[in-house]
Design a protein around this ligand. Structure first.
Ligand SMILES: C[S@@+](CC[C@H](N)C(=O)[O-])C[C@H]1O[C@@H](n2cnc3c(N)ncnc32)[C@H](O)[C@@H]1O
Length: 276
C-alpha cells in the first residue's frame, strides 16, 4: 500500500509529485529531507536510509511516535479518545493547553503528538499557525466529526517508520544536513519566497525571509561542493531566479491548495532547482 501524509500541511507537495519524481536523481544513497512537513516526497520514495528534520517540534513528536511501538500504541489510543470527545468546546480546551505552561510541559510525547494531529484535523483548513507567544491559534473548523487518521494508512506508516527507523531531527535545516556525503540526496522544501509587501524586508510572517533563502542557497552550494545531490522547490520569483542562477532551474505549474493567507487558490508557477 502507498504511504500518505498523516497531516494536511502548508506547502504539501501532492500537486507537483509527478514533477518531483521526474527531476529526482535516479540513484542515491542516504535520503535527507530537512523541511519535512507532511513528508509527501519522503512517503512516496519510502527510502531505506533517511534523515528527516523539521523545526516544528510537535510534528517531529508524531514521527517519533510512528517509529516506536510503545509510543505508537499510546499515540493511537489518544487520537481515538480525541475523536470520541470531539466537540466545539473540546477543540478549544485541547487547543489552549499550550497556554497553560505548567500543564503543557508535563504532557508526554504521545500526548503532544496526538494533540498535534487532532488539532490539524479539527482546525480551520488544516493550518498550523502559532501566535507571537508560540500558542496555537487557529480557530475550529466547526466539524461535526473528526477523524484523526485513515486506519490502513496509519498502520502502514507505523510499519514503515518502525522497520526503517529513519533519523528524526528537530533542528535548523543547515544543522540537519551536516552529515550528508557524496552520493546522498537532499530534498529541500522550504517556506516559499513571497512576492509583495514583504519583498523589501528580511522577514516574512513565517520567519523565513530573504536572508534565510540566501542562507539556504549557501548551504546548497556547500553540499554541491561535497558531491551531494540536491533538489529544492520554491516559488518562481525574480529573487529565486537570481540567487539560483548557477543551478538548473525547472519552471513548473502547480495547483496550490493552502497558502499562508488561506486565499490565492489556483495555478501558480513554481521552480524545481537541481545541482545535477
Ligand atoms: C513548505 S513546508 C514543507 C512541506 C512538505 N514538503 C510537505 O510535503 O508537507 C516547510 C517546513 O519547514 C519547516 N521550517 C521552517 N523553517 C525551518 C528551519 N529554519 N529549519 C528547519 N525547518 C524549518 C516548517 O515547520 C515547515 O514544516
Amino acid at each position: 500500500m502507498s504511504l500518505q501524509p498523516f497531516v494536511k500541511w502548508a506547502g504539501g507537495k501532492r500537486q507537483i509529485m509527478d514533477k518531483l519524481l521526474e527531476f529526482k536523481p535516479k540513484k542515491y544513497k542516504h535520503y535527507y529531507e530537512p523541511f519535512v512537513g507532511g513528508g509527501a516526497l519522503l512517503l512516496e520514495l519510502a527510502p531505506i536510509h533517511a534523515t528527516i528534520n523539521d523545526s516544528n517540534k510537535e510534528l517531529i513528536y508524531v514521527y517519533k511516535c510512528l517509529r516506536n511501538k510503545r509510543l505508537f500504541k499510546k499515540f493511537y489510543e489518544l487520537c481515538k479518545q480525541h475523536e470520541e470527545n470531539h466537540s466545539e468546546e473540546y477543540y478549544y480546551q485541547i487547543r489552549d493547553l499550550d497556554r497553560k505552561k505548567t500543564v503543557y510541559t508535563k504532557m508526554t510525547m504521545p500526548e503532544k503528538a496526538a494533540r498535534c494531529v487532532y488539532l490539524n484535523k479539527a482546525c480551520f483548513n488544516g493550518l498550523y499557525r502559532v501566535s507571537g507567544k508560540g500558542y496555537f491559534n487557529v480557530p475550529s473548523g466547526k466539524k461535526e466529526k473528526v477523524k484523526c487518521f485513515d486506519e490502513e494508512n496509519i498502520q502502514a506508516l507505523h510499519k514503515y517508520f518502525n522497520k526503517r527507523k529513519p533519523v528524526l531531527l528537530n533542528k535548523d535545516f543547515a544543522e540537519a544536513v551536516k552529515t550528508a556525503k557524496a552520493g546522498d540526496f537532499v530534498y529541500f522544501d522550504p517556506p516559499y519566497d513571497v512576492v509583495g509587501e514583504q519583498s523589501f524586508t528580511s522577514y516574512t510572517a513565517g520567519g523565513f525571509g530573504r536572508d534565510e533563502q540566501t542562507r539556504l542557497r549557501d548551504v546548497i552550494k556547500e553540499l554541491t561542493n561535497k558531491g551531494v545531490l540536491v533538489m529544492a522547490s520554491n516559488a518562481n520569483t525574480p529573487f529565486i531566479q537570481e540567487i539560483y542562477k548557477d543551478f538548473n532551474i525547472h519552471v513548473i505549474n502547480a495547483k496550490r491548495m493552502i497558502n499562508s493567507k488561506g486565499d490565492g487558490r489556483g495555478d501558480v508557477e513554481e521552480v524545481i532547482i537541481t545541482n545535477y
